[in-house]
Design a binder for this molecule. Structure first.
Ligand code: CXF
Ligand code: ZN
Length: 364
């Protein structure tokens, strides 16, 4: 099968023939339908956090089950599924206390460099990324990395739920727990931020402030539920938010993951407000907060992939899409062939598109 292989940091991806071993016990072989190119793929491509190479990146995908291992009970061949990198064991302390996104059981979630699922004639092993490796025509995954989706759900939109939309929705609903009447600021309106804006509207937020340097994204954010927009090019972001709100926001979501944006998220909080850090920082990057700001009960927290319980959350998101309340259509900027994946990465670097989706039906 064809897969896009990254040989070394910043090198163009190469489409190569690689193979997957047969599904064992609880593993499932999927035919990949769509895979989104996420900033996290770019982050690892640029080795901002190192990962063993060669590697097949990709972690936001949908597909159809082809073959199941002998102990698989959750899916059958033909099922439509969304993948999730938050593969869970179901029995550890995190799973059994309702926080499966924090499960790090090595039996189901192999640390980078450990998996033997992918093979490549030219180098022997090729590494698996986040237990998925979606930039490939097929994927071999644990059954607990999958959620079944209704068959009338379009698989292109479904793929986005596997990362960006789950992250944006979950950071609002699961982590920040936004409620009716709350004031919310969303910093960086990419796929995650747009889903956060839309989810804040669904959650009943009274005021939703979208913050981004791209005018087109701000315009779309308004359509998805933003009541106010802030462009950091127009002046200090925190001052602009304070001017709009008077006293700051109840929730600030940093969907970018940088020192500047995380610190801004904290500084724009009202008393008792919470900053939720959602974006992926460079390895080792630190932030500085002013100690006395905590006196008024301001809080800061991290959220991993929307603090998801994905088998519950994803069907809910899909239901919201089917009801016309969660807009996924606007997030799909373009569809490309696997062979054009480097153009897709260039578009992510450029920051102008929301999501490029690799359409595996296009290469045939
Ligand atoms: C990622 C961020 C890094 C840890 C895994 C989840 N989120 C989206 O791509
Ligand atoms: Zn992602």
């Amino acid at each position: 099968m064809k897969a896009a292989v990254l040989l070394e940091p910043n090198a163009p991806l190469q489409v190569e023939n690689v193979s997957l071993r047969k599904p064992r016990s609880r593993e499932v072989l999927l035919r990949t339908s769509f895979a989104g190119i996420c900033h996290t793929d770019l982050h690892y491509m640029e080795a901002r956090t190192p990962h063993p190479m060669p590697v097949v990146l990709g972690h936001e995908s949908s597909g159809i089950v082809e073959v199941v291992g002998e102990e698989v009970r959750y899916v059958r061949p033909g099922d439509h599924v969304v993948t999730c990198l938050s593969v869970f064991c179901g029995t550890c302390e995190y799973c059994t206390t309702g926080r499966p996104a924090l499960c790090f059981d090595p039996e189901v979630k192999s640390p980078p460099g450990v998996s033997d699922r992918l093979q490549w004639d030219k180098s022997g092993r090729v590494h698996t990324f986040m237990n998925l490796s979606s930039f490939a025509e097929q994927m071999l995954v644990h059954e607990n990395a999958l959620v079944k989706v209704r068959e009338d759900m379009p698989l292109d939109r479904a793929a986005l739920v596997g990362c960006a939309v789950m992250t944006g929705y979950g950071s609002v609903v699961n982590a920040a727990k936004v409620g009716p009447g709350d004031t919310v600021a969303v910093i960086a309106c990419g796929g995650v931020g747009m889903a956060a804006v839309n989810s804040a509207r669904i959650a009943g937020a009274e005021r939703i402030i979208a913050i981004d340097v791209n005018a087109d994204k701000l315009e779309l954010a308004r359509k998805l539920g933003a009541t106010d927009i802030v462009d950091p090019k127009d002046g200090d972001t925190v001052e602009q938010v304070m001017e709009l709100t008077g006293s700051g926001v109840d929730h600030a979501l940093d969907c970018l993951g940088s020192k500047r944006t995380a610190e801004d998220a904290f500084k724009m909080l009202a008393f008792d407000g919470t900053a939720t850090l959602v974006g992926l920082f460079h390895e080792g990057e630190t932030i500085e907060l002013t100690g006395s700001d905590f006196l008024r009960e301001r809080k800061v927290q991290g959220s991993l992939l929307g603090s998801n319980r994905f088998r519950v959350d994803m069907p809910r998101i899909i239901e919201l899409y089917m009801q016309g309340r969660m807009n996924l259509d606007a997030l799909v900027s373009r569809k490309i062939r696997l062979e054009d994946i480097n153009d897709g990465f260039a578009a992510v670097r450029d920051g102008k598109v929301l999501r490029s989706l690799i359409d595996f039906g296009m290469s045939e």
